[in-house]
Design a binder for this molecule. Sequence first.
Ligand code: NAD
Length: 260
Amino acid sequence: MQGKRGLIMGLANERSLAWGIAQQLAGAGAELAFSYQGEALAKRVRPLAQQLGSDFLFDCDVSDMAALDRAFETLKERWETIDFVVHAIGFSDKNELRGAYYDTSLDNFLMTMNISVYSFTAIAQRAQAMMPNGGSLVTLTYYGSEKVVPHYNVMGVAKAALDMSVKYLAMDLGPRNIRVNAISAGPIRTLAASGIGDFRYILKWNELNAPLRRNVTIEDVGGAGLYLCSDLASGVTGEIHHVDAGYNVIGMKAEDAPDI
Ligand code: NAD
């Protein structure tokens, strides 16, 4: 990744999936900029960015289109072009990430879609203008977009829309060699995940039933992030790449499945 530059959006702390990806990218020689949500997060994000040799960070609430415009203007002031953007952002009212999906309110439905889905398209709009020689856009999704996972509710509906956005964007931007992919990560304990009802049960279930018999780490996710941002994935676009210890391939675990 020597000579490549990109923006990491959605770093909150050292548990964030964005941190796993940023570490791998920086380790491979990429130069990174970071955007965070609200000045309160700056004091957490700045030392992490510094650890990876970056002093280039700025505030950007992705639900605010003017803030997104400003963020990309700031990026362009320092860097004429970029090679990749990692979008590791999702949000919903945690009171609606439990109970029945039909109780989702219109306000929260729209907010969840805006922050967790539309933002990726809005970012693609702005990022593509800075990628004259091609590039890579990566977002984060979850299995709850494909199958019903208890409590995931409106977030599952949003992730389904995000997965489909990846495919439409891949088609739009493919002729310009801009690749668009998602990593479908298995459950990992993060700030965002703590809002999901009974998340510990989801973690345990995944660990017991996934082919690898474990949960994934942010390092696992980071490796896939590096691959998708790099030229190693030059022929890959529109892909929902599972990094979930294989959980998504299981229809039903055999009662006598060997543990070793
Ligand atoms: P996290 O809490 O570390 O990151 C979520 C980030 O979203 C935070 O940095 C937060 O500031 C940001 N964000 C929320 N609203 C925003 C807004 N309006 N503007 C800008 N930023 C905003 O949690 P995470 O688990 O690392 O989440 C990153 C992504 O990974 C999310 O899309 C999440 O759905 C996805 N994901 C997480 C898991 C998991 O189990 N943790 C699994 C699969 C996918």
